[in-house]
Design a binder for this molecule. Sequence first.
Ligand SMILES: Cc1cc2nc3c(=O)[nH]c(=O)nc-3n(C[C@H](O)[C@H](O)[C@H](O)COP(=O)(O)OP(=O)(O)OC[C@H]3O[C@@H](n4cnc5c(N)ncnc54)[C@H](O)[C@@H]3O)c2cc1C
Length: 601
Amino acid sequence: MGLRRTSWVQLYALCRRAPLSTAPAAREQPAAGPEAEPVCGPAETARPPVPAVDFGNTQEAYRSRRSWELARSLLVLSLCASPALLARHEQLLHLARKLLGQRLFNTLMKMTFYGQFVAGEDQESIRPLIQRNKAFGVGSILDYGVEEDLTPEEAERTEMESCSSALERDGRGVSKREKQFQAHRAFGDLRDGVTRARTYFCASEAKCDSHMETFLRCIEASGEARGSWEGLTGTRVEAQGWHPQLQFSDVLTKWRRFFHHVAAEQGKAGLAAVDTKLEVAALQESVVKMGIASRAEIEDWFTAETLGESGTLDLLDWCSLIDSRTELSRHLVVPNMQTGRLEPLLSQFTEEEERQMTRMLQRMGVLAKKASQAGVRLMVDAEQTYFQPAISRLTLETQRRFNVERPLVFNTFQCYLRDAYDNVTLDVELARREGWCFGAKLVRGAYMAQERARALEVGYEDPINPTYEATSAVYHRCLDYVLEELKHNARAAVMVASHNEGTVRFTLRRMEELGLHPADRQVYFGQLLGMCDQISFPLGQAGFPVYKYVPYGPVMEVLPYLSRRALENSGVMKGAQRERQLLWQELKRRLCTGSLFHQPA
Ligand SMILES: Cc1cc2nc3c(=O)[nH]c(=O)nc-3n(C[C@H](O)[C@H](O)[C@H](O)COP(=O)(O)OP(=O)(O)OC[C@H]3O[C@@H](n4cnc5c(N)ncnc54)[C@H](O)[C@@H]3O)c2cc1C
């Protein structure tokens, strides 16, 4: 097994030379045709005033829904609210399938949970729902929601194997990774306690290729379904492969921590990362002292050309120096703050691992290229904290390459993380400096229970904000920062992916204050299918770009997804109770006004 050294620059050169199936051009262009033209930027014609949005007007909110659909929503959401049912839902589903047989069970599911949260079995059958939502101003983000049918043991084994590097597995490399970034058998089944779409297990390159094919079909379907709208689709980096994601995340985190460590030494602890500027002379001392580079090397790193004349350096300068001046395998040597020495994390990547990483970047490139051709924006989902630094980093590389004229690729930021504000602001600042278009989806975060349990069990600091209120405050702070950016930069865009009415109201108020008009299509809203129609539809009817995440797939294959929807509606979501109230209110209204047989027109 040969060992190799690769820099990001070389890696990207490689990706460009050896695409998987679609040859990406050196500078990626948006799709041809008027519909695919950049839609951000103030519209030139006079714009209608922004209508007020009333989230309490149930008649308007449910205009697109028949009464039996409202009754089904009420039934399903009420069942989800029962802790006793939820605790036993898997056994109950199993029993129902045994008693009813597969066909009747499928029918029952379609009349209830599946009908509520899933659009249909395939691209053909979901069309009517997509068209109807569109007629009421709500777009679709297609998500083929099939999960591999692995037992928890199989899922665990696959994940344990794929998350350790070859050198660790064959005993030639001793892992110095922090606990957070080591694979743990108890948390090998990534689906445990998770409340969102599908989970991918990358057991082989062939598996990753087949995941990519799935995403390509989704992009195609989104392109066909969008009509004159801006198409959106979701994707997951972890489905594209590259096994040592944990290792890479560890390395990125440690280099970042080193920057903060030096900042603290210079008396700059506690500042937001984007505002922290290190004195270069003192930083050079620390770098030399720790043996990261020799004095001669370090002087070559910090030139007026790379840093300007300020004599200070921030985290972005630091990361870009690390990228361009060091080779990737040297990233595997990380500063140990306790001993004040550099330590090899693992000697190097194997050739095979490098190939895997290259192919992962290529797959992302193929998807982005396809999305660009189809006039569809690509939303990269965020995952657990121990994968997320690597995912973000790979997404960033794809953004640099494809967000040339408009924000084609969106990264996702989870605001339940303590470092969310740093993550968002640094990326905004990086996009400004490098001149690419910033695109972000802001979410609160779906893995809270799993993250907390893992941190407690494994013994590291809980990465999640201590309270729900703290998470909401961070969400609004990040959103505010991004909206300010949008005001000054017509080529940036954000999706407010939340079911929280307060957050949506906050966004509308700030948009008004900042003069961000919905016709500029810089601010998107996103909710999941079957959840919080009372938010999506009033927004859509008022002219705001709003999209539902629309999963589809055969009944048995989306069952794990349905389980998680049920769990999410049980209590984590603050809006679930309000939704039930509004549904009930509308059903009563229709009953009293004789409009029970309402037909959506
Ligand atoms: C279109 C769309 C795309 C999404 N994509 C992703 C994605 O890529 N990655 C991802 O992780 N999630 C994703 N999600 C899910 C999202 O992160 C949330 O789980 C979900 O939307 C609930 O948050 P909310 O703002 O809608 O509702 P709310 O009810 O306001 O918030 C609930 C959320 O608050 C947080 N929270 C609750 N209690 C506490 C507490 N005690 N302490 C700290 N925080 C707490 C949790 O994040 C919880 O999910 C997506 C959601 C949507 C609608």
